[in-house]
Ligand binder design. Structure first.
Ligand code: GLY
Length: 318
C-alpha cells in the first residue's frame, strides 16, 4: 500500500503577510504526520499528530488562536473518522479543550459518536484530558477583531448569517446567499492520511466562523460535511463556509466522486463545482484515494495546504 498525507489550514482570502506562517504550519503538520506513516505508524496517529500541530499553532482558526463568537469566547468543533470500520468521534461547542481532535479520538473509542459542550468536557476529564481556561484559547489578534466587530456590528441588518452583512463577499451577495466575509479568518484545519495497511483516516478541527452565534455548530464535526473516510474509496477533509458545506455534504460528495477509481483531483474539482452550483458556497477540500493519490480544490482566493506521497514527491501552497 502507498502511504500518503495531505493537510489543510483554511480556505479564505489569506492576506499576503500571513502566507508564510500558513505555509510553515502546514509543512510542520504534514512532516509530523508523515514521520509517523513512514515509521509504519497508523493513519489515525498521523492525522491526530498533524491536526494537533495545527491546533497548537495560533495562526489558524482551530485550538489556540480560534475566532471569538458573539459572546466573546471560543467554541471549538472537531471530528475524526476511521475509514476501515466507519467509526467516528466528534465534539462540538467545547470551550476548555486545547486539542479537540484528541478528544474526538477518545469519543471514537466510546459508545457515543458525538458529544457537545459541557458533556464533552466532562468526558474529556474522564479520559484524563486536562481542561484549560477558556481564555487560554484567545490570542490578541482575534480579541482585536472581536472588539472591532462589537463596535461596528448592526444586528438589525443581520439576516441570520455571520459576520456583519456589510462585510460579506460581493460575489456571494450577487448569488443571493448570506455568507461570511472572505476577508475574515476561516482557518479550519484538517488532515487525511493513508497508512501502509491501506487504512484511511480523516480529521478536521475548527473554531468556526468569526462572530458566530453562541452555540453555532458548523460542518467540521459533522460526518459527510467536514470529513469522511472509507477505505474502499478514500478520505476528505473540508474547510470554508460551513453552512454551505453542509447543504451538499461536501466531504461525502467528494469521496463518492472517487468511485470507479476517478482521480482525486478530478473528484475534488467536481465536488467544489457542486458546492458552488448547488450549495452557492465557498470552501476548499483535500482528498486522498485508496491508492494514495491526492487532489485538492477550492473556490476561495487561497487555501493553505501541504502534502507528501510515497513516491518521494511533496509540496505545499497557500
Ligand atoms: N468550516 C468551518 C465552519 O464553518 O465552522
Amino acid at each position: 500500500m502507498s502511504i500518503a498525507i495531505i493537510v489543510h489550514g483554511g480556505a479564505w482570502a489569506i492576506p499576503d503577510n500571513e502566507v508564510a506562517p500558513h505555509r510553515n504550519g502546514c509543512r510542520n503538520a504534514r512532516n509530523a504526520g508523515w514521520d509517523i506513516l513512514a515509521a509504519g505508524g497508523s493513519a489515525m496517529d498521523a492525522v491526530e499528530a498533524a491536526v494537533r500541530i495545527l491546533e497548537d499553532d495560533p495562526t489558524y482558526d482551530a485550538g489556540v488562536g480560534s475566532v471569538l463568537n458573539r459572546g466573546g469566547f471560543v467554541e471549538l468543533d472537531a471530528a475524526v473518522m476511521d475509514g476501515d470500520q466507519l467509526l467516528y468521534g466528534s465534539v462540538a461547542g467545547v470551550r476548555r479543550v486545547r486539542n479537540p481532535i484528541s478528544l474526538a479520538r477518545h469519543v471514537l473509542n466510546s459508545p457515543a459518536g458525538m458529544l457537545v459542550a459541557e458533556g464533552a468536557e466532562q468526558f474529556a476529564v474522564k479520559r484524563g484530558i486536562k481542561l484549560c481556561d477558556p481564555e487560554d484559547l484567545i490570542v490578541d489578534r482575534e480579541f482585536a477583531i472581536y472588539q472591532d466587530l462589537v463596535r461596528t456590528y448592526d444586528e438589525s441588518k443581520d439576516t441570520g448569517a455571520t459576520p456583519p452583512p456589510g462585510e460579506r463577499n460581493a460575489a456571494i451577495q450577487a448569488g443571493g446567499w448570506p455568507a461570511p466575509s472572505m476577508d475574515r479568518p476561516g482557518d479550519t484545519v484538517g488532515c487525511v492520511a493513508i497508512d501502509s495497511n491501506g487504512w484511511v483516516v480523516a480529521g478536521t478541527s475548527t473554531g468556526g466562523t468569526g462572530h458566530k452565534l453562541v452555540g453555532r455548530v458548523g460542518d467540521a464535526p459533522l460526518l459527510g460535511g467536514g470529513l469522511y473516510a472509507m477505505n474502499e474509496l478514500g478520505g476528505c477533509s473540508t474547510t470554508g463556509w460551513g453552512e454551505s458545506i453542509m447543504r451538499i455534504l461536501l466531504a461525502k460528495t467528494a469521496v463518492d466522486y472517487l468511485a470507479d477509481d476517478c482521480h482525486p483531483q478530478i473528484a475534488a474539482d467536481r465536488a467544489i463545482q457542486r458546492l458552488a452550483d448547488r450549495g452557492k458556497g465557498t470552501a476548499g477540500c483535500i482528498l486522498l484515494d485508496r491508492h494514495g493519490r491526492l487532489g485538492w480544490a477550492f473556490n476561495t482566493p487561497r487555501m493553505a495546504h501541504a502534502w507528501r506521497t510515497a513516491d518521494g514527491r511533496d509540496g505545499d501552497g497557500v
